[in-house]
Design a protein around this ligand. Structure first.
Ligand SMILES: [Ca+2]
Ligand SMILES: [Ca+2]
Ligand SMILES: [Ca+2]
Length: 505
């Protein structure tokens, strides 16, 4: 049989009365859009970026594939300084985002000593913004700009901390802070009067009213029995507290737990080969960055990527998006609960592993959240002895300030300001249960804390009621774990942050 040419075939087909269209099909060139593997020599060890297991991944490669790498976003590391001439940092170093609050000069260059004790800020910076080149590894947001705000390694006062937290509010987008009170499991400490004001001022006035983003490491003191609910920086509604997850999705031995953690990010575990790659002093690289500092640095890089997608996100938009998109890890861990708004949340992980792919997808379509309201419930309680069993919790009935201009129907953060006396503070446990039945452990017993100072107006914050309706009975259980300890619960005030309108996007 004679073969017809394609042209003849087409003509014959078109001559048939039932054929309206005919074309010869050709093979087209279509190339998969793979990200070229970075050339940085330590890239092959950057498991926390390159993981493609969908259940255990930050989704950073997905964001990179859509060309989101932090371009145009400025991140400042508030720490012990920065090796500003490090070959893997200098291209992204931004002097306008930098200041030295120890020596009061504009250059945050670290001070060297024989122990290399001031390497922390340089290591955090590399995780965020080490350049894409043939040196060390690559940062999560490798096209963001990085500043150093030198604060540690010297006498720090409230006014210095406040100045650092308020530096460059209209220029810097994200501040990364991986420090705080000693994680020895004894301290109950946080920002002083001025630093508290600075955090609030940054959230309200920073980024021309969109609000500065403060990313905070949750703390490394769990082996000392410490909890991040005793760290006032972590407890602040204006900071995003990040805890650690190891490569298998578990909470590592050092990572503190508390109800104010918003989300988590990868960091080291017991296995020596699973640490975080970064820049180190003297132009070197390190594969030993670790702890919740490394996790918070990864999160700050991911937030820089999200801001590149949408520079109009407010500080609250970003928190809502983290709640919405973070991934449940270790799903069988028995600390996860499903709150009244349907979110899974945990004292170890917050809402889960920060997801760059989810955040960038949501950032494209996100509509700004409604105005924030704060409904304050001042409770009249008779001072009452703290018992080992707390059959009678304190009941706080809230209408969510219904029909007032403070009305809250969709919660964001909840803060319980509590005062109590105790002959041994470390034996106190405090649990707040929301009207929709979600328990937040506001304080767990700490074996090293034998303070007799009690607790005076401490703001315990929980993220766990996010999205719930606050109307109904809140129940506060304060217990002691040791019979001989004496204590009296003196006062409780609830601050219910949220919106009257549904913030669903
Ligand atoms: Ca200096
Ligand atoms: Ca590099
Ligand atoms: Ca701590």
């Amino acid at each position: 049989m004679r073969r017809h040419s394609p042209l003849e075939t087409r003509k014959r087909l078109l001559s048939e009365k039932n054929v309206i269209w005919a074309r010869q099909q050709k093979a087209l060139v279509r190339v998969k859009r793979n990200v070229e593997d970075p050339l940085d020599p330590l890239w092959k060890e950057q498991w926390y970026i390159s993981s493609t297991n969908p259940e255990l991944s930050h989704g950073i490669l997905t964001a990179w594939r859509s060309n989101r790498t932090g371009r145009g976003v400025v991140v400042a590391i508030i720490d012990d300084g920065l090796e500003i001439d490090h070959p893997d940092l200098r291209d992204n170093y931004d002097p306008k985002a930098s200041y030295d609050f120890i020596d009061n000069d504009p250059i945050p260059q670290i001070h060297y000593d024989s122990a290399n004790s001031n390497k922390h800020g340089t290591r955090c910076a590399g995780v965020v913004a080490a350049a894409s080149n043939q040196i060390c590894g690559i940062g999560v947001a490798f096209r963001s700009r990085i500043g150093g705000i030198r604060l540690l390694n010297g006498r720090v006062t409230d006014i210095t901390e406040a100045s650092a937290l308020g530096f460059g509010l209209q220029y810097i987008h994200i501040y990364l802070a991986s420090w705080g009170p000693d994680d020895n499991g004894k301290k109950m400490d946080g920002p002083g009067y001025l630093a508290r004001k600075a955090l609030r001022h940054g959230a309200i006035k920073g980024r021309r009213g969109l609000g500065s983003i403060y990313v905070w490491a949750s703390g490394n003191g769990r082996s000392y029995g410490d909890t991040c609910s005793c760290d006032g920086f972590v407890n602040s509604v204006y900071s995003i507290a990040i805890s650690s997850v190891d490569e298998s999705g578990r909470s590592p031995w050092y990572s503190e737990w508390c109800a104010s953690i918003l989300a988590s990010a990868f960091s080291n575990s017991k296995k020596a080969d699973k640490r975080v790659i970064s820049t180190d002093l003297h132009g070197k690289c390190t594969d030993k960055h670790s702890g919740t500092s490394a996790a918070a640095s990864i999160a700050a890089g991911i937030f820089a990527i999200a801001l590149e997608v949408n520079m109009n996100l407010t500080w609250r938009c970003l928190q809502h998006m983290v709640v919405r998109t973070s991934k449940v890890i270790s799903p069988t861990d028995n600390d996860w609960v499903i709150n009244g708004a349907g979110y899974r949340v945990s004292h170890k992980f917050g809402f889960g592993l920060v997801d760059a792919a989810g955040l960038t997808a949501l950032a494209r379509v996100w509509a700004r959240v409604p105005k924030q309201h704060v409904c304050v419930e001042t409770v009249k309680i008779r001072p009452q002895p703290i018992q080992t069993s707390a059959r009678h919790g304190v009941v706080i009935t809230s209408l969510g300030c219904r029909n007032s201009h403070d009305e809250v129907r969709f919660l964001e953060h909840v803060v319980a300001i509590i005062s109590l006396t105790s002959t041994d503070r470390g034996s106190i446990r405090i649990v707040l249960t929301s009207p929709m039945g979600t328990p937040s452990e506001l304080l767990h017993p700490r074996r090293n804390d034998h303070s007799k100072d009690g607790i005076l107006n401490w703001p315990f914050m929980t993220t766990h009621c996010w999205g719930e309706n606050p109307q109904g009975e809140w129940i506060l259980h304060v217990r002691k774990t040791v019979q001989s300890v004496e204590g009296i619960l003196q006062s409780v005030t609830l601050y219910l942050y949220g919106t009257k309108e549904d913030p669903k996007n």
